[in-house]
Design a binder for this molecule. Sequence first.
Ligand SMILES: [Mn+2]
Length: 425
Amino acid sequence: MAFPRNSLRAFLQHAKTNLFKAIHEEHRINIVVGNESADLDSLTSSLLYAYVKSIAPPQNNFSPIYVPLLNLPTSGLRLRPEFASVCEHANIAVDRLITLDDLPSQSKSLRSVRWILVDHNKLLGDLGHQYSSRVQGVIDHHVEENAVPENTDPEPRVIEKCGSCTSLVVRQCKPAWDSISSSSLSTGAAHGQGEVAIDDSAVTQVWDVQVAKMALASILVDTANLTAPGKVEQVDRDSVDYLEARIQMSPKEARTWDRDRYYKEIDEAKRDISSLDLTEVLIKDYKGWTENGAKLGISSVVKPLNFLVQKAGEEKLPSFENQLQQFMDDRDLSVFAIMTTFTSPEGEFQRELLVQARSSASSSAVNFAEQGASDFQLEDVNIKGVSMQDKLGQLWRKVWLQRDVSKSRKQVAPLLRKAMTSPSD
Ligand SMILES: [Mn+2]
């Protein structure tokens, strides 16, 4: 049975109840799961897809129940202050989000489940070990990993470059979303006035506005309010248009809606990492891979490296370098990278890249550095408190200013992984 039209808040409750039933009574469900960095894009992609498809399930579905799952334990939620802002606009409680803690322990897998991946296209980690063969659908904007079957009918198989995965989910969900709202926005009525809105009950409009704002948050943050060079694609712009039109349907919201202000609010919440310690900052947006048995980890950070060095000082930690070493040891990493994004005092969007490797992997790092120098326009830079080698010479380390700011972890990670798989000769 499809979930009757209701709010996002009610939907989350429905999804949680059904996940519980699936665990204990083995009835069928679909789980819509984002990637392991569990960022805002993964959250909103899975929520939007699961919400719309639960109300308007495709024909021949495996199950009409779609559960949005965050790919992190509940303890990880506090590392993401932007979730709180977005959830407030969507009228849902952060502690009601469904996380890995809601799944059964590893020894007891869910039997009747199909997985739909959003914001990644290969199920990694423990989930990957248990459920890789049950993946039946993907919407993603990362590099294709050829891990999802070619035919995922009736679920989509969409892998396409753009600023935000949520934009692709919006495009995918438009027809269903239109069908569950009494007025269609996809048929050219998007900017219609009163006559379009009359049919929609006020309460449905409120629900739609909550969902639209939730989805907009990711697209705006991921594309720097549709301005990020090399990231924004037409699908991002179209999806923002569609979602804003949904907001405009509500006369009350239309009067006060201000996209720039909304973007600023969410972006500021995301950048406010003052309450986190250094390790928390590094794991907040972290992704890991294993290549040829060696582990690679990359942290994305929304502040410059000197902020991190300073933070280590404030926390009276031995040193920033020492903390990096500890971080690598704790995760058994051969190569660790930090990618920072920030705005310079002159208002310029900038990126730094730090790569450090154990001596066993230093040839991979050198390979990466050679290729990366031209691919990403890397320029050597000195950061106070970060030397180019550890005291014993056992670590290879480099810090660059990344002049090509259009390249993110989506481009840097594949090159690092490649450098780790192709032996130097
Ligand atoms: Mn994404």
